[in-house]
Design a protein. Structure first.
Length: 94
């Protein structure tokens, strides 16, 4: 359901201090169904907020605080489309 990427690309290790992570779906999803998380190398959840832009079908996760330069993070997203079909499993990348 997505095309992704954003400002943290797959395999990135030099994240900017406060980047956003974007995932673009290939169909419209229900904004309230989006579960978008970011975890650090220790698997700790990075606090942040998620905004969904329906016209572009893009969800954006913005961390509340700064990210560590040189660190690797793992993003995960799942959602339900407007017809009520949930993703079979979250899509995860780092």
């Amino acid at each position: 359901m997505r095309d992704y990427f954003g400002e943290i690309e797959q395999g990135a290790t030099d994240a900017a201090l406060k980047p956003s992570v974007r995932a673009t779906f290939n169909e419209a999803v229900q904004a309230g169904s989006i579960a978008f998380t970011l975890r650090d190398a220790a698997n700790a959840l990075v606090p942040g907020s998620v905004v969904y832009d329906a016209p572009t079908k893009t969800a954006t996760f913005t961390p509340t605080g700064l990210l560590a330069v040189g660190a690797t993070y793992t993003a995960s997203i799942s959602a339900t489309d407007v017809a009520g079909n949930a993703m079979a499993a979250p899509d995860t990348w780092s």
